[in-house]
Design a protein around this ligand. Structure first.
Ligand code: NDP
Length: 419
């Protein structure tokens, strides 16, 4: 039995919280703490009566480490699941260390203000030394390794679908299917249609930053960076059909590149429709994706935050979204002296997710692994002192849990390869 604190109450959090409450044999107590308490109270009201989990709520600004430490100390959870925004990763890790509890998240740190000169200096040095220019990277959180080790605490980073499940798939392929993995292609296909000309499936600010940045992949231990959206492939996905997909930078490339240095090439592809790309390009061209504040009518506004206010709330897409996602990894390599290739993947149906938990499949495919990651830590199956990504533990109990909690996966031999 365990007590969990969830920080954030948006699209992903809502699914994770539904799943925590379904899993009331493991999580008997839950605190939902977020910036807007009314959202936490509404979710508590919806779920009470459907679960044995005892739910409490709290208002918190997770940027305020001191206030958060006090809240954690007063509730005394076994672990904190951070499903707020990547901006809060470091302050929440600091609070977990101060209060002595385990930490779990779904996305690696990036700063809210990318013009901050202090951050910029470190970022530019990193770009030059490592060769990729994404705003997010693991260095900030890996720097907590010694602190978590000394405190005897676990920090589990990036337990969403991608990153998260995709890295568990890599550990599973390595353990059961290959003597040596040579290449990994991570494919993220969303065949869902929400009927809007333009909307993002998760937090618009985070999503648009990721998609409009240069792409990059790892080859022979080195980053190769390419202009945004400049490598395009078509792939025929089970449950979805043929889709255009584009090479993006993605955080699991960094973690897998470090933890599986024998892999010769690691790439990440995501599907996009033409309408999404046209809108994004236009918004970028007119400056709407900028994170630099501007003065408007005597008030300071950040263009991308203003855009977020105009776009549909991703949490509201659930009832409108139809179709499926297909997310997985193609591995090639050697087994028993012979060449082998497999695709490990999950197909998820937007409408089925909506019927079960009131959310579309992007929130679902992230929220379920967030709960599973928290379960792995509090149950002791994935508990060791330090800072880890999901490829650094035994994948078997996690893979079992995916089948049990709504994200069943398949392994197909000899899939069509990307190139
Ligand atoms: P949302 O914007 O829907 O939700 C974010 C929540 O965090 C909101 O409830 C928001 O509060 C709350 N929040 C924001 N700032 C603070 C703060 N300072 N203190 C306390 N609470 C705060 O985002 P999503 O649910 O779409 O995404 C959540 C996380 O999941 C993100 O980190 C995202 O990158 C990650 N993600 C990971 C994926 C993966 O596969 N690994 C895929 C998709 C998302 P309020 O309600 O007041 O706005």
């Amino acid at each position: 039995m365990s007590r969990l604190m969830v920080i954030g109450c948006g699209g992903v959090a809502s699914v994770a919280i539904h799943k925590v409450c379904q899993n009331d044999g493991v999580f008997d107590e839950l605190m939902i703490a977020s910036r807007t308490k009314a959202k936490c109270d509404a979710l508590k009201e919806k779920l009470e009566g459907t679960t044995k989990t005892k739910i409490t709520t709290a208002q918190i600004d997770a940027d305020d480490t001191k206030a958060l430490t006090e809240l954690i100390e007063s509730y005394r959870p076994d672990a904190v699941l951070n499903v707020a925004l990547p901006y809060q990763d470091l302050t929440i890790m600091d609070a977990c260390l101060a209060a002595g509890v385990h930490y779990i998240d779904t996305a690696n740190y990036e700063p809210e203000n990318t013009d901050d000169p202090e951050w910029r200096k470190i970022y530019e040095k990193r770009c030059k030394e490592l060769g990729f220019s994404a705003y997010f990277d693991y260095s900030w959180q890996w720097a907590y390794e010694e602190k978590f080790k000394e405190a005897g605490l676990t920090a589990l980073l990036g337990t969403g679908f991608d990153p998260g499940v995709t890295s568990v798939f890599a550990a599973y392929a390595k353990k059961h299917y290959f003597d040596e993995i040579e290449t990994i292609d991570i494919l993220d296909c969303n065949g869902g249609d929400h009927g809007y000309a333009f909307a993002t499936n998760f937090n618009p600010e985070i999503n648009l930053r990721e998609v409009s940045a240069p792409g990059s992949y790892m080859e022979n231990g080195k980053w190769v960076e390419i202009p945004a959206m400049s490598i395009k492939r078509e792939y025929d996905f089970e449950g979805v059909g043929k889709k255009d997909m584009y090479l993006l930078h993605h955080e699991e490339i960094e973690a897998l590149g470090r933890n599986m240095p024998e892999v010769k090439r690691i790439r990440f592809f995501m599907t996009f429709g033409q309408s999404y790309l046209d809108h994004m390009r236009c918004l970028e061209d007119v400056g709407m994706l900028s994170t630099t504040p501007i003065q408007y009518n005597g008030q300071e506004i950040v263009p991308i935050q203003f855009l977020k206010a105009l776009l549909p709330d991703p949490a509201s897409l659930g009832p409108r979204t139809k179709g499926k996602t297909n997310i997985g990894c193609i591995f090639t390599g050697m087994k028993d002296g012979k060449k082998r290739s497999i695709y490990i993947y999950n197909v998820c149906d937007h409408q089925e997710c909506y019927r079960e938990v009131g959310s579309q499949a992007i929130s679902y495919t992230t929220g379920v692994p967030a709960m599973i990651g928290a379960m792995m830590v509090v149950s002791g199956q994935w508990k060791k002192p330090g800072v880890f990504t999901t490829d650094e533990f035994d994948p078997d109990p996690y893979m079992e849990a995916l089948n049990k909690w709504g994200l069943p996966w398949k392994v197909v031999e000899n899939p069509v390869l990307v190139d």
